[in-house]
Design a protein around this ligand. Structure first.
Ligand code: ADP
Length: 334
C-alpha cells in the first residue's frame, strides 16, 4: 500500500509518543526543573489539593508537553489538551472550562497565542475558579457566573516574555527549559535506540547528539533518519561513519544547524552584509513567518554565538561568517 503524507506524519507522531518519558524519573536532564516540580507535586498530593498552576517556557521540542503529561500522570488526573491558536473566541475556552472536573490538568500549548478575551476569562478561572458565561448579545447580554472545580492549568509557551504580566503572575510555578547539553542528548539517543531496537555505537550516538540543536525532539528525529540510512545503505548498525553520511544527506551540519538556521545566517551575511537588519525583513528574506525565525531559529543561533540581537536589529557574529565559509569583513568584531 502507498504511504500517504498523512500516514507518514501520524506514524512519526506515534513514534514520538512512544519515546516520551512517562515519569519525572525517566526525564533526562533538566535536573532543577525536575526537582522543583517533584516537590510541587508531592506537596499537593500530601495536602490532597490540586497543585498551583504551572507555566513551562522554552523553545519547541524541549519537553513541555512531556512534562504536562507527566504532571497529570503523577497526580493520577486526566489531562485535557488544547492550544492557544485553537481558542479563538472566549466561548471556546468557556466550553472547555465548564467541562472540567475536580483535579483535572488542563494543558494549553502556545498559551501566548490565545485571544485577548479568552485570556481575561482565563485569569478569572485560574484565580477564582469561576467563569462568566455570557448569554445573548449587545445591551441585553447577561453574564452568568459559573463555578468550576479546582483544577491545575499547565501553560506552555516558547517565550514567557510573550505573555502579558497579569497572566504570567497567576502561575504559582514557572519553569524555563534550556537547550540540552550533548551528554544529555547522548543519553536520550541511547534511551530511544533501546526503545526502538536500534543498534548503535557510542560514537554514532555522540554524533547524533552533537548535531541535535540541543533539542530532544530533533535527537529522536535524527536517530530515526540515521536508522533508515543504516538499514538501507549499511549493515543496520548506526556507526560514526553511517551517522555522518546520513546527517550530511539530511543537510544537518556539524554544529547542528539545519536549513532554516543556515538560511537565516546566509541572508544576514550575504544580503544584508551582516546587519543590523530588522526581524521582519530577515523573515521575509528567508520566506518564513516572523515568529518561526524569532522563536525557533534565533534562540539557538544566539546561544551558539552566531547571531546577536541589538537595539538596531540582528547582526551576524564573526562565527557566522566563518561557519558559512566567508571572509569576516574587517568592520565585524567579536
Ligand atoms: P515540546 O512540548 O516542548 O515541544 P515535547 O514534550 O513534545 O516538546 O518533546 C518532544 C520529544 O522529545 C518527546 O517525544 C520526548 O520523547 C522527547 N523529550 C523531550 N524532553 C525529554 C527529556 N528530558 N528526556 C527524554 N526525552 C525527552
Amino acid at each position: 500500500a502507498r504511504l500517504t503524507a498523512v500516514d507518514a506524519d501520524s506514524d512519526e507522531r506515534a513514534i514520538e509518543a512512544a519515546l516520551r518519558p512517562r515519569s519525572l524519573a525517566e526525564v533526562v536532564g533538566q535536573q532543577r526543573v525536575r526537582e522543583q516540580l517533584g516537590l510541587v507535586l508531592d506537596a499537593a498530593k500530601a495536602r490532597g489539593r490540586a497543585p498551583d498552576h504551572v507555566l513551562l517556557s522554552g523553545p519547541p521540542g524541549l519537553g513541555k508537553t512531556t512534562l504536562a503529561m507527566i504532571i497529570a500522570g503523577e497526580l493520577g488526573a486526566p489531562l485535557r489538551l488544547t492550544s492557544g491558536p485553537a481558542i479563538t473566541h472566549a466561548g471556546d475556552l468557556a466550553a472547555i472550562l465548564s467541562g472540567i472536573s475536580e483535579g483535572d490538568v488542563l494543558f494549553v500549548d502556545e498559551i501566548h497565542r490565545m485571544s485577548r478575551a479568552a485570556e481575561e476569562m482565563l485569569y478569572l478561572a485560574m484565580e477564582d475558579f469561576r467563569v462568566d458565561v455570557v448569554i445573548g448579545k449587545g445591551p441585553g447580554a447577561t453574564a452568568i457566573p459559573l463555578d468550576i472545580p479546582p483544577f491545575t492549568l499547565v501553560g506552555a509557551t516558547t517565550r514567557a516574555g510573550l505573555l502579558p504580566g497579569p497572566l504570567r503572575d497567576r502561575f504559582g510555578f514557572t519553569a524555563h527549559l534550556e537547550y540540552y547539553e550533548p551528554d544529555e542528548l547522548d543519553r536520550i539517543v541511547h534511551r530511544s535506540a533501546g526503545l526502538l531496537d536500534v543498534h548503535l555505537t557510542a560514537e554514532g550516538s555522540a554524533e547524533i547528539a552533537g548535531r541535535s540543536r540541543g533539542t530532544p525532539r530533533i535527537a529522536n528525529r535524527l536517530l530515526r533518519r540515521v536508522r533508515d540510512y543504516a538499514q538501507v545503505r549499511a549493515d543496520g548498525t548506526v556507526s560514526l561513519d553511517v551517522a555522518r553520511r546520513a546527517l550530511e544527506l539530511y543537510e544537518v551540519d556539524e554544529q547542528g544547524l539545519d536549513r532554516l538556521d543556515r538560511g537565516v545566517l546566509d541572508a544576514l551575511c550575504r544580503r544584508f552584509t551582516g546587519g543590523p537588519v530588522g526581524l521582519s525583513t530577515l523573515a521575509v528574506a528567508v520566506g518564513e513567518e516572523r515568529e518561526t525565525v524569532e522563536e525557533v531559529a534565533e534562540p539557538f543561533l544566539v546561544r551558539n554565538g552566531f547571531l546577536a540581537r541589538t537595539p538596531r536589529g540582528r547582526v551576524a557574529t564573526p562565527a557566522a561568517w566563518e561557519h558559512l565559509g566567508l571572509d569576516v569583513p574587517r568592520n565585524v568584531t567579536g
